[in-house]
Design a protein around this ligand. Sequence first.
Ligand SMILES: Cc1ncc(COP(=O)(O)O)c(CN[C@@H](CS)C(=O)O)c1O
Length: 420
Amino acid sequence: SYPIDVAAIREDFPILARKVGGDVTTPGEGEGDTEPLVYLDNAATSQTPKQVVEAIVDYYYGYNSNVHRGIHQLSQEASVAYEQAHDRVAEFVGADGREEIVFTKNTTEAMNLVAYAWGLNELGPGDRIVLTEMEHHASLVTWQQLAKKTGAEVKYIRVDDEGRLDMEHAKELIDESTKMVSVVHVSNTLGTINPVDELADMAHEVGAYIFVDGAQSAPTRPVDVGDIDADFFAFSGHKMLGPTGIGVLYGKEAILEETEPYLYGGDMIRRVTYEDATWEDLPWKFEAGTPNIAQGIGLHAAVDYLDDVGMKNVQRHEELLSKYAYDRLSEFDDITIYGPPGDDRGGLVAFNLDSVHAHDLSSILNDSAVAIRAGDHCTQPLHDKLGAAASARASFYIYNTREEVDELIEAVDGARELFA
Ligand SMILES: Cc1ncc(COP(=O)(O)O)c(CN[C@@H](CS)C(=O)O)c1O
């Protein structure tokens, strides 16, 4: 049975009562918007509950100020709130404390921070970076380009026909020359849930670090970075009920302590002379300039909201919806679904309807007020491997229902008839 009271949850998301189908040049519901929205693009970005918006409004109405600088009360209140947001996120992912939690713009920036603050100094010819064939461009392109700059080499763990990692191949690739293993926890295209704890052991056995891309896992299941033994773990606030403009890099304190910053400026320094500078304590050393304060406070509220729902309940809800969608899509022999079976995947299903290009399908579904994603989902090499220029993807979250999956199927049926 579904563990979440979706009707109650949906009350917290005004946008889910939206009607669509009208003019797109004027933002928000307007004339011609008559069809109730079915939002199934949560892997791209989730919706935002009132509680998060109100936390941000409270900040701007009540204690907006710059952090770590002013002595006046507003600045102290803003600083306390911003620091407590770090503490709350640390608790959410099982980090030891705020020293291990760097706020970034998003997952992409968190990846680049490690590549350029750690990788540029540590990697060179003869060193190996091990990725997987299912990596998102945020990690794949980042490490690929860093390898070009440093002379390191990149190797990709194979993905099998069911969309799972070939762990024998992983063992082969993760060798003594390996310095970094960067792997997506839950694939945003296949829905595959990777054995990141096993991969962490393999990396540590050869003295390498592991970077876990948690963009699709932190929002959708309990995460404990200690259990995984991740050296780095990244995720984005906008995929977990938070605002855009806030992401998180978790890093083991000892590693962050010995890593030089790569963005310089105010806030991240302790003492500056004309000759040199010394750095602020963690995590501030990695947060140069005025941070996204309101967004950090919004993320704090999002984490509180998710914890109230319960991450095990979030995971279960997603698994049930995803399996239901997988089973219903599997009823058709002209639909190709990518990734593992419906009972062994995260809360998303990427597929193609044989007779209809994914973009056309998405456009037709949009005509039925069903919002899904179509394209390569920032995994172009994976799509090349799948032999698909693009795919359609439905992705679910805590406010979606079985009835919405039925609407998806009905709209796909309609597209089939249109192109039959
Ligand atoms: C596994 C994974 N890793 C990194 C990112 C990047 O997150 P940012 O907040 O954009 O930095 C994403 C975001 N994937 C979106 C946009 S391509 C999707 O529709 O699938 C992701 O899914």
